[in-house]
Design a protein around this ligand. Structure first.
Ligand code: GUN
Length: 291
């Protein structure tokens, strides 16, 4: 078998064009959607991610403001920037790019973002709403994965989903979204014994461990959907996922590539969340992401 490759780039382009239409509708109602992106320091990977996010906003007609702070910015100064953005009525979404420098408490910073502007969905209020099965703003990467599954006509209902990785950004919210969609969910982590035993049970296998080629074809159930969230830089400088694509593609029915899989969907869902946050200020949640 050779798996069907899920083209995240093409799907992200579709979502972004839907977002452009939604942004236009909001503008026609007198509301210009806007996202503030805050970055501290000069981590090269973060700079690339932020540039891509800003470009995507501009293409969709969402205003983006870029707040670039020096690496030695104090936690207090960063919190003051966030407070100002919280108060600024024309700003609908706030994103603080992670990782933050070590002297800053990321948890404290993420909790300082007004929950209704938390387009990353990392604030405990949004995490709690998702845990209760009543999501408002959902973390972008898992939201993008749900959209990818829908795009290939795969319903998680009564499927066994296995997630490798239990981060607050991907693994845990991914599990909650799949659970809400009717899947039986197993979450594995770096301590899981006999990982392959678990991964081989998966109808839907999500790899989000941040370790290059951590999973391979022998760990995949024939006919499974394999979603690779990992973005790692290999020794040759090329991007590789958490899954050994070449061996897994011979076993799976569907698989996401790296690059061009989940990555572009994360950005597309950020636009979607920003529009949801903007629409909510009009008392309009009709377009909100609820997958
Ligand atoms: N760094 C890596 N991924 C993310 C993300 O989804 N959001 C933010 N804010 N920072 C990140």
């Amino acid at each position: 078998m050779s798996a069907q490759i899920i083209d995240g780039k093409a799907l992200a382009a579709t979502v972004q064009s839907e977002c452009a239409t939604r942004a236009q509708t909001l503008r026609a109602r007198g509301l210009t959607p806007s996202l503030a992106v805050v970055i501290v320091g000069e981590d090269p990977a973060s700079q690339v991610y932020v540039r891509n996010k800003i470009r995507a906003c501009e293409a969709a007609g969402i205003i983006s403001t870029h707040h670039c702070l020096a690496a030695d910015t104090s936690e207090g100064e960063l919190l003051r920037v966030i407070e100002d953005l919280n108060r600024a009525a024309p700003v609908h979404g706030i994103l603080v790019q992670l990782p933050l420098p070590k002297h800053i408490n990321s948890h404290k910073v993420l909790e300082a973002i007004a929950p209704e502007k938390d387009v990353d969905g990392f604030h405990r209020e949004n995490a709690g709403l998702l845990a209760q099965g009543n999501p408002r703003l959902v973390p972008c990467t898992p939201a993008g994965v749900m959209r990818m599954l829908a795009s290939i006509g795969v319903s998680p209902w009564a499927q066994h989903a296995v997630i490798v990785g239990a981060s607050n950004i991907v693994g845990k919210p991914m599990a909650l979204l799949l659970l809400r969609a009717g899947a039986t969910v197993t979450i594995c982590n770096s301590k899981t014994r006999d990982l392959a035993h678990h991964t081989r049970q998966a109808d839907i296998l999500v790899a989000a461990v941040g370790k290059p080629k951590y999973l391979n074809g022998e760990m995949v159930k024939p006919g499974a959907v394999v979603i690779d969230v990992g973005i790692n830089r290999g020794s040759d400088g090329k991007l590789v996922g958490d899954v050994d694509f070449e061996s897994a593609r011979t076993v799976a029915a569907h698989i996401t590539p790296v690059p061009g899989g989940v990555g572009p969907m994360t950005i597309a869902m950020l636009l979607s969340n920003t529009l949801d946050a903007a629409a909510a200020t009009l008392g309009d949640s009709s377009g909100a992401q609820r997958s």
